[in-house]
Design a protein around this ligand. Structure first.
Ligand code: HEM
Length: 356
């Protein structure tokens, strides 16, 4: 078969299988592939209005994504450390919320508990659903997948399954590997820090973002972690923090180190200005994360309930006044992409409002 006929064959089979997909109209008029997913629309409406404050990519959406990671990563291919994406961080919160790495997660657990109680969803399902919905509020984000049907957790995850910002790159990559993620996959997951801020690292400056655009899923995070310099008002306050030359921004030592380490630096740099690739990789890795410890065959694909995020229309750029000489180019294999700087004088990055 020639390449051309292969393409034609694939186009025909795709059209044929699309025609075979059966659609179900829910009582509220929404259309889904599997009628079991209809039950999610009232949950979607409730959390968009009352958890995400009208569909905002703010503190609660960010925290919903963070807890989805912290719940799921309690999983190991080699040790019996926990059940992965099973909701144990909520159900066994008295154990897991005492772990140092889970500092601040108690807030989002408290915020999510009434919604879990009000809707007929397991904690594991609710956490991953809220994460996908919260991310959909962020401009430029991928439409994450969601699978329904996780059973209740059997027990708490073990301590030290969640990486800490002061952990070495070796230890971080080993933890990801033990959960089934290669270094390139860990870098893709860290695109999450493009829509993130810290409350606990320095409680005197809550809501300090990890990039200059915490309401947008873009690649500024991968650029700004590579900027030289550590100037920041105040001094180093936490062993997990590296200050940023951008006023009002915080960099985690883990992100700073992964951006420069020979094992991950080229993956990190490859993300810069490649919004489509990062979006696709993050979507793929988030689906994998959300299924850790679960058997996908027992779950129902309800991804068509997740709203479609608004597209990103900006361009990756250097901060105002910066040039390539301000970037600590750490990948030795490829040149750093050509970027222009923002016009005007340097501005400071505003905190994410609503930090607890
Ligand atoms: C090396 C791995 C990672 C480390 C060391 C790490 C560490 C941290 C720390 C220390 C914070 C700030 C917490 C605070 O002070 O409030 C944070 C925030 C956050 N992290 Fe990570 N993280 C890692 C990977 C991930 C992954 C894989 C995801 C999601 C897939 C994620 C999602 C988030 C989000 C969304 C926030 C912001 C939460 C908010 O603004 O309320 N992180 N992370």
């Amino acid at each position: 078969m020639s390449f051309k006929s292969l393409v034609t064959f694939l186009a025909l089979t795709t059209t044929a299988s699309a025609a075979l997909i059966r659609r179900v109209t829910c009582p509220d008029g929404n259309i889904v592939e599997n009628g079991a997913c209809c039950a999610l629309f009232p949950v979607l409406t409730d959390i968009q209005a009352n958890l995400f404050k009208g569909g905002v990519c703010g503190e609660d959406a960010h925290s919903a994504l963070r807890i989805a990671f912290h719940d799921a990563i309690g999983f190991s291919l080699t040790k019996n450390v926990g059940g992965g994406a099973d909701g144990s961080i909520v159900v066994f919160g008295s154990t897991e919320l005492a772990f140092h790495a889970n500092g601040g997660i108690d807030d989002i657990v408290a915020a999510q508990k009434p919604f879990i109680a009000a809707h007929n969803l397991s904690a594991g399902d609710f956490i991953q659903f809220a994460s996908a919905v919260g991310v959909s509020n962020c401009i430029g984000a991928p439409r994450l997948d969601f699978f329904l049907g996780r059973p209740p957790p059997l027990g708490p995850a073990a301590d030290l399954t969640v990486p800490e910002p002061f952990d070495s790159v070796t230890s971080i990559l080993a933890r990801f590997k033990d959960a089934g993620f290669e270094p390139v996959e860990a870098v893709a997951l860290l695109a999450s820090h493009s829509i993130a801020a810290a409350d606990q690292i320095d409680p005197t400056i809550p809501g300090t973002p990890f990039d200059s655009t915490p309401g947008t899923f873009d690649t500024q995070f991968f650029i700004e972690t590579l900027l030289k310099g550590t100037a920041f008002p105040g001094t180093g306050r936490n062993p997990g923090e590296v200050m940023s030359p951008l006023q009002g921004e915080m960099r985690l030592l883990s992100d700073f180190s992964l951006a420069r380490d020979p094992r991950t630096a080229c993956f990190w740099q490859a993300a810069v200005n490649h919004e489509d690739a990062v979006r696709a990789a993050f979507k793929f890795e988030m689906a994998k994360l959300s299924l850790l410890g679960q058997n996908k065959r027992n779950l129902i694909d309800c991804s068509d309930v997740i709203p479609i995020p608004k597209p990103f229309t900006g361009t990756a750029h250097l901060p105002a006044g910066a040039s390539l000489s301000d970037v600590e180019v750490s990948c030795k294999l490829f040149p750093f992409p050509t970027l222009t700087a923002d016009p005007g004088p340097a501005t400071s990055v505003a905190p994410v409002p609503g930090a607890h």
